[in-house]
Design a protein. Sequence first.
Length: 620
Amino acid sequence: MELLERVQLEIKRCISRLKTEQHVDGSWRYYFETGPVTDAYMMILLSTLNSQDKRLIPLLGKRLLSKQAENGAWKQYDDDEGHLSSTIEAYTGLLLSGYSDRHERHMQLAEAFILRNGGVENAHISTKFMLALNHLYHWPAFYPTPLFLLHMPKFIPFSFYRWSSYVRTHFAPVLILCHRKFSLRKPSAPDITHLFVTRKYKRLDSKGRWLQVFSKHWPANPVSKAAIKKAERYMLQNIVQDGTLSSYASATFFMIYALLSLGYQSDSPIIQHAIQGLTSYGYQINDEAHIQNSPSTVWDTALICHSLQEAGLTTEDPMIQNAAQYLLALQQRELKEGGGSTFVQLAGGWGFSESSTTNPDVDDTQAVLRALTRFADHQLDYREAWRKGVNWLLGMQNDDGGWAAFEKNSIPSITRLFRIQNFADTAADPSAADVTGRTLEFLGSHLKLAMTHHRVQASVHWLIKNQKNDGSWYGRWGISFIYGTWAAVTGMRAVGMPADHPTIQQAVDWLLKIRQLDGGWGESCKSDIHKKYVPAPYSTVVHTAWALDTLIAIHDQPTEEINKGLAKLMEWNRQESKRSSYPTGAGLPGHFYIHYHSYPHIWPLLTLSHYMKKYKDYDM
């Protein structure tokens, strides 16, 4: 069978499968899978608050046990030897919820792994924070909690309101909890003293004693009381319809503890609504469940809707119409204060999940706009929404020419505020190659802007300036350099950068150089940690699709590498394996990675469709 014929059959197979998996409301609801932290938090919370509804605990516990490695550890990705903080979180969730006993074999294996790797003392600061909330670790003594940052006007670079929206959402409750040194513990709950190596947590050093004594006076301080009130108000204002805090499970856990520290009762409507929201994020497969940190429904639906149109489906197709109507209804039409800066953004963007009603982001907005472009050409209601979305997107371009995820002109100096693990990765939201490249590709392919346009020129200049010496780009929200390079190259090609441009050729050379022996591409999550390319032990479906789509955008006729890679992609994508389950989404470097169950459906379909469109008349 000729390759083009096989490609056509595979496209039909992908379309058929997606048709059966679309929900009646037009959406696609795939599993947003991460490590054990959300499951562990939920198990602890339900048991500590003596929740009447504990049906989730055995489902979460079974999922945790199914993910434990033979050496007793929990991993963030397949070629991870074991992740200390994840292992501590999973162990604590299983123990405190009563699902597992300390003396069971799987718990003893986990304990041995934790102690071999330095114990709780070596855990990530977020893990220690979780333990401190449950009276299992002393409160980390950074320095007096900087509540005064909440009083700073927005034009001050270090103001709370200049942090990225993700950090503001999480730090509003964190600042309250750190200030109050709040802990919640069920009297009958077991402890984890056996997971410490040095046992120093039992003692407070002089600095710790000083903080403990001094903190007793902070609540009486009028300035601190006013700041806590502002933090509380910020939380309450950002509770979305499903009861969660800005549609993040992680932030919602912190909010519940913060509200308890402020005197809210566990049976209060706000806390009960938050727990219901967390429960609704549970994704159940058979007798296992996982609490998704933020369901990716808008993102998945937009990407699939666009990919299906690239595969040849028209706006008359019911599958496309239903998806478009679903996306249209979720446009955020309220005015939004621009990331704490001094301007106000017009409405028009889209968020990541359907419950995200006040937190639009650039990547989701450009993805939805792609899906709606053909509708905007001939339907008035879509045209107006599309126009507002485009205006919002263009208004988010940074002064340096790039685009970030949530903020405009984020202040990099914010990252020096705290010496906390990963704070620099989240506090600021600078221009990113993946978001910039994807937005540029939209502007070229759907808005028909070219290199002569001033916005495009600024964006291309930023990408050229930020290309790595080896020819790649780092992608912030995917793994990692293959993702960034794919977005950057396809973006620049869409606006007319010639294929023989040195920037493009350097990227091609790099992609061919890192090609795996099996004919595909695969990148380890370790790249995200070391900030340099690290190959995965095997090619993955998603990385291979991204790399091939990049090469297709460059070459006028198919090359041997493209054809061989495409054949492998189709072969691998017909079977469930680690090639399709390796995490390719990035959240927090070294600590939080995402397996989008939608990705093995989306990106191969898009790549196959681009191959067919570009090479269908080529004699093979």
